[in-house]
Unconditional design. Structure first.
Lengths: 682, 261
């Protein structure tokens, strides 16, 4: 036994020597009569292969494969078990799995099931290794001997030995994941769940590993989670947890299984919250073992995916919040990440209890973690802040913004990680929703935030980043004229580089429907009918080719897009009806104002009281484009179709330019009629 | 939610009101509705109608084994959206309407699930606004059909209430034929739902209100308006809920969003 344990624990140098010596000796004696030597060598090598440090046995090498097959074909169970152990240890790549399959290893392993318990277990383990994540091998195996091989493994889930039952379950789980189409029998899956739940009660490794196997089985499958729930899995696992101490490894695996059971099903979450297990989860959060703390956080994260639980405020009490916030300061990064996951979901809480989280010191640490060098920590911290910001009252938004600062926000918008950019933009989008001061911050301070957003949108990164960027602009554009102008200047910059197509056109053509919807909402807010200068913005958007782009989306495959397109076009018409004449008047007034500044008499018809409707935008345009006044008075003849109306143009010319532009772009006959009607009435 | 059962309602049974409102009657019709309701239990898939405003068309039947498409995702029906309006709780005794605010907390179109809170503001005998948490079933012919099959609602009750929505009318004949299982609602500009209040958030169960019933709800994807009818055999019939999206500010719409891990 001394030699065995030494071999099992030996350093890599030791086992290398032992391996070479053992193998040689073993091979030497292979054909000989010294059975005891063979047994001893096989046992020694098995011990070696139980160590994770043992080197891989390269089955792609022909000689090695021959050697392995020779071992598998021996009558000596010690030797065949060794072969199975070598396979379990060494087979993890696709090519190795296929090579072993082509050599007929699965068939041989099935034939060995009739041997001793240890041999059977070793064979099951190596079968799992050969099948794992390999569709081709798994499907070949499932069809082997008309399903007889598969049935022989199914039979083993009822074996007397708990270890065999567990290994058979693991083998079938591997098979069901690698080739779901060959493993659709619902009854067998239910049996697997029942067997694994029974195995949780077994002592030792079997009981510790059974919840992990259950977690693997039900992962991402609502159907299997429902089946597990119908077999009282939540109740059984919780009872086991309550009946035993949190000290064992089993507590970790059970908590992880419970977390998986609560990942999708509302019923599991409410069951877990209704039993005393929630008190135990609370204890686990404060446990000295990091793995238990992580598992407890995973449970809370998945329970808090439930709007029902969140709305009832069950998790947003100080009892849960305080230890979770404490874990944000944990020395282990994995604990911090797990705690961030739970806080992120709990932060969505829509009840007034959100203030408990805000005043728990969480925000300061979240802001600190958002500057971490670790991208995962950074992402999850920003994500949590985004969810806290969701529908928060302005006072609390202000509190977070002061902790976070605009400069941190703008650097996070341009973070090296795309997902951090996305979550930061979503945070800003929540920040500016209905909070005028925040919008002022975003627009103000030299436009630091808006500039960062503009840069990102112009660089056209991932659709998620663009979507949240557009929603920031949508929310800003839902404000007053200044806000709308700020957004207009991003969408249709008044710069010399007009030749460059606006990124908005690309967004409207995007395959991502969320991005198209976000962009359409932004345009809708810019041309919102009740607003002063919306009609002017319609013209600007039209000149930039955006309205015609929207018109082209009238049959968008996404219903939401299609409905927003209709709204945009209706708003265009509304603006034309209500505001077009007003716009003409505004142009005239700006002409008047400019002329007066230049000590010249206005040359065109004056409108009584028109000064009152002077648009700040038109005034701004007049200041921006003084050169346009040189075109004043070009009434007859052709006009440059690309030229936009400008301050200094006569109302006639302004109307004509708009008219020409709209006709050329096939805008709408109604708008054209409006222009004509307004001119003829004068 | 509604006021608890009242004496007058007991005296003038709601059924008399129902009879006058009853759109469909007769034994044969009841039998066909029951058959349609049973039929609706089975899934099926259908062709997309081309235009959103056209009523959904029945399927060709060729792809009957494929899964149902989800109802349309609508940016106005997502978590965080708020709605405000009234619930008409008038009865024979008096005319009365409560101011109601609704907020969507979660939406999972794939599962046909929606949830949120409903706040009733000027409820008599209540010191504070009464907030309830509700869960919704989205009618998608995959997870849920037009037939409730629970909460004391018979197929006749269902049809009677759904028929109150003008946007339901184009669907009625198909529902009577096969329970609506061959309707494709994935491109229809209206989303039909049932909202069932689950618990009182800020008051006890002894607050004098009942949440025993549920709402038949129709949401318009175009403008985000909601209309609904409260159904509880023990409360005044056809209490009308009318809500408008409040995320529309003076000069545009605003949005917030969260994402769970």
């Amino acid at each position: 036994m001394d030699l065995r344990s030494k071999l099992a624990d030996c350093s890599s140098t030791y086992w290398h020597i032992a391996y070479i010596y053992g193998c040689n000796k073993f091979l030497y004696d292979f054909g000989g009569v010294y059975k005891q030597v063979v047994d001893a060598s096989a046992r020694a090598l098995r011990m070696i292969y139980q160590s994770k440090l043992a080197p891989k046995f390269d089955v792609n090498n022909d000689e090695n494969m021959k050697f392995l097959l020779t071992l598998l074909n021996r009558e000596n169970e010690n030797v065949t078990e060794l072969a199975a152990n070598i396979i379990s240890h060494s087979c993890d790549s696709n090519t190795e799995q296929l090579a072993l399959c082509a050599a007929g290893v699965p068939q041989r392993l099935i034939n060995l099931f009739g041997g001793s318990m240890n041999l059977r277990d070793a064979c099951l383990d190596s079968m799992t290794a050969i099948i794992r994540n390999n569709w081709e091998v798994a499907s070949r195996f499932a069809l082997m001997d008309h399903g007889k091989a598969l049935r022989s493994i199914v039979a083993l889930i009822h074996d007397r030995s708990p270890r065999t039952r567990l290994l058979a379950c693991l083998c079938l789980i591997s098979l069901s994941h690698a080739s779901p189409c060959h493993f659709q029998d619902r009854q067998i899956k239910t049996k697997l769940i029942l067997v694994l739940l029974e195995l949780v009660e077994e002592p030792g490794h079997v009981g510790d590993d059974a919840p992990l196997a259950l977690t693997t089985l039900i992962k991402d499958s609502v159907e299997l989670q429902k089946q597990a729930l119908s077999t009282n899995a939540v109740q059984k696992l919780s009872n086991h947890l309550l009946a035993n101490s949190l000290e064992s490894r089993r507590a970790v695996t059970i908590l992880l299984a419970l977390a998986e059971l609560c990942s999708k099903l509302e019923e599991s979450r409410s069951q877990l919250m209704s039993v005393q297990a929630s008190t135990l989860i609370l204890e686990a959060l404060k446990h000295t073992c990091a793995d238990i703390r992580v598992a407890a956080c995973s449970c809370l994260k998945n329970i808090s995916r439930s709007s029902k639980v969140l709305s009832a405020g069950k998790l947003s009490c100080d009892t849960f919040i305080a230890p979770l916030v404490q874990l944000l300061y944990d020395s282990s990064t994995s604990v911090q990440v797990a705690a961030l996951g739970a806080i992120c979901n709990i932060a969505v809480n829509l009840t007034p209890r959100k203030s408990i989280l805000l005043h728990s010191g969480a925000v300061t640490q979240l802001v600190h973690l958002s500057k971490s060098m670790d991208p995962t920590l950074r992402l999850k911290a920003v994500w949590a802040l985004r969810n806290i910001m969701f529908l928060l009252n302005p006072k609390d938004k202000d509190f977070i913004l002061k902790e976070l600062t605009l400069s941190t926000l703008s650097s996070l918008i341009c973070d090296s990680e795309q997902f951090v950019q996305e979550q930061t933009l979503a945070l800003v989008h929540n920040l500016v929703d209905g909070y005028v001061d925040a919008v002022n911050y975003v627009i103000g301070d030299d436009g630091m935030i808006l500039n960062a957003i503009s840069r990102q949108l112009n660089n056209a990164p991932a659709p998620g980043v663009c979507t949240h960027g557009m929603f920031v602009l949508t929310n800003v554009a839902a404000g007053g004229e200044l806000n709308k102008e700020a957004v207009m200047n991003i969408l249709v910059p008044c710069r010399a580089d007009r030749v460059k197509q606006s990124f908005v056109v690309n967004f409207l053509q995007s395959k991502d429907k969320q991005l198209r919807v976000a962009t359409l909402w932004c345009i809708l807010n810019l041309i919102y009918p009740k607003c002063e200068a919306s009609s002017v913005r319609v013209v600007r958007l039209q000149n930039a080719g955006l309205i015609s782009q929207v018109k082209g989306m009238i049959n968008d495959p996404c219903l939401d897009c299609k409905l927003r397109v209709r709204m945009v076009l209706e708003h265009c018409l509304d603006n034309a009806d209500d505001g077009f004449i007003c716009m003409l008047k505004q142009y005239h007034v700006s002409v008047t104002s400019t002329s007066q500044v230049n000590n010249r008499r206005p040359v065109d018809v004056d409108y009584p009281g028109a000064e009152l409707s002077l648009s700040s935008f038109v005034g701004e345009e007049a200041r921006r484009r003084p050169e346009a006044s040189s075109e004043k008075g070009k009434k007859g003849g052709g006009v440059d179709p690309m030229r936009r109306p400008a301050a200094g143009d006569s109302p006639f010319l302004a109307a004509r330019l708009v008219d020409e532009s709209m006709c050329q772009k096939n805008f709408d006959w109604r708008v054209r009629n409006m222009v004509e009607a307004s001119l003829s009435s004068e | 939610m509604a006021m608890m059962f009242m004496f007058l309602e007991r005296k003038y049974p709601v059924i008399s009101y129902y009879i006058s409102e009853f759109l469909v009657s007769g034994k044969n019709h009841r039998a066909s509705l029951l058959a349609a309701a049973e039929d609706a239990g089975e899934g099926g898939r259908h062709r997309n109608p081309f235009l959103p405003d056209l009523p959904p068309q029945p399927s060709s039947g060729q792809d009957a084994n494929a899964g149902h498409p989800s109802p349309p995702s609508c940016s106005l029906l997502s978590a965080g959206r708020c709605f405000a309006g009234t619930q008409n709780v008038s009865n024979i005794q008096k005319d009365e309407a409560w101011k109601v605010n609704v907020r969507i907390h979660g939406c999972d179109l794939e599962q046909g699930y929606l949830c949120g809170t409903m706040e009733a503001l000027n409820v008599p005998l209540a010191d504070t606004p009464v907030v309830t948490f509700w869960e919704g079933e989205i009618v998608d012919a995959k997870n849920y059909t037009f037939f409730t099959g629970k909460w004391e609602a018979s197929p006749e009750d269902d049809i009677r209430h759904w028929s109150k929505f003008p946007s339901f009318t184009p669907l009625l004949s198909q529902i009577e034929t096969d329970g609506g299982k061959s309707l494709d609602l994935s491109n229809y500009a209206y989303i039909f739902m049932r909202w069932k209040e689950q618990y009182f958030v800020n008051v006890g169960v002894d607050c004098g209100l009942t949440i025993a019933g549920f709402y038949y709800v129709c949401f318009s994807c175009s403008d985000g308006s909601i209309s609904g009818f409260y159904y509880d055999p023990n409360s005044s019939p056809f209490q009308k809920l009318e809500l408008k999206c409040t995320n529309e500010k003076d000069s545009g719409f605003t949005f917030s969003s969260y994402e769970l891990q």
